[in-house]
Design a protein around this ligand. Structure first.
Ligand SMILES: C[S@@+](CC[C@H](N)C(=O)[O-])C[C@H]1O[C@@H](n2cnc3c(N)ncnc32)[C@H](O)[C@@H]1O
Length: 187
């Protein structure tokens, strides 16, 4: 079902940037960098049909919250139909609005920001703005966890994160179509 919804929408919206959701092993790999044992505020940029949201909901504590920011209206409809949990906050908006959006849910910011949005499609100003605002809304020790396609150039995202975050690691993950480049930036 998720694959069908993807294909139908990707034809009309190039910013979806992928013809299918992240694989289950890709989701587990990115989420292995999260400490699910405490109450957290999670933010997701570009959740699409909610493949990561599902995993987070199944693993997070009852006191945690998830904020979803998705720019494609059809995916926003799917998310609203799929997640009726009060702890899931769905915004039809773009990631560069994250600072305003997070404040509506959590006055003191977020612990984790996961991101599947295609940074290679954006211009430098937008890349910088999203990374800068992400840093701004993260609590001390919080993590920015973008997952991108493996062929992404450093100038598309890595360099922007390096300019702002104290610690950045990246690695390649082959068990996804296409393979992924996964980043872990710690504030
Ligand atoms: C490659 S898909 C990733 C979807 C999903 N997270 C997954 O892992 O399967 C990229 C998603 O980012 C959304 N998107 C693209 N640009 C965005 C932006 N500036 N702000 C929020 N969402 C955006 C697209 O609509 C699409 O749902």
């Amino acid at each position: 079902m998720a694959h069908f919804v993807y294909l139908r929408n990707v034809i009309k919206d190039k910013h979806i940037a992928s013809i299918m959701p992240t694989s289950a092993s890709g989701v587990r790999k990115v989420c292995s960098k999260i400490d699910f044992s405490k109450d957290n505020v999670y933010v997701e940029y570009g959740p699409a049909t909610g493949i990561f949201t599902n995993y987070i909901l199944q693993n997070m504590t009852p006191g945690s919250n998830v904020i979803l920011i998705e720019r494609n209206p059809n995916f926003v409809d799917v998310l609203r139909q799929t997640f009726s949990d009060d702890r899931v906050h769905i915004y039809h908006d773009s990631a560069e609005k994250v600072a305003d959006i997070v404040l509506r849910v959590s006055a003191d910011g977020a612990d984790y920001v996961l991101s599947g949005i295609p940074f290679s499609f954006f211009n430098d100003q937008m890349r910088n703005e999203i990374v800068r605002q992400t840093y701004g809304i993260l609590r001390e020790g919080g993590k920015f966890l973008p997952y991108q396609t493996f062929y992404q150039k450093d100038r598309h995202l890595y360099n922007h994160i390096r300019n702002i975050f104290d610690t950045v690691n990246d690695e390649y993950f082959l068990w996804n179509v296409p393979p992924m480049r996964i980043y872990e930036a710690v504030k």
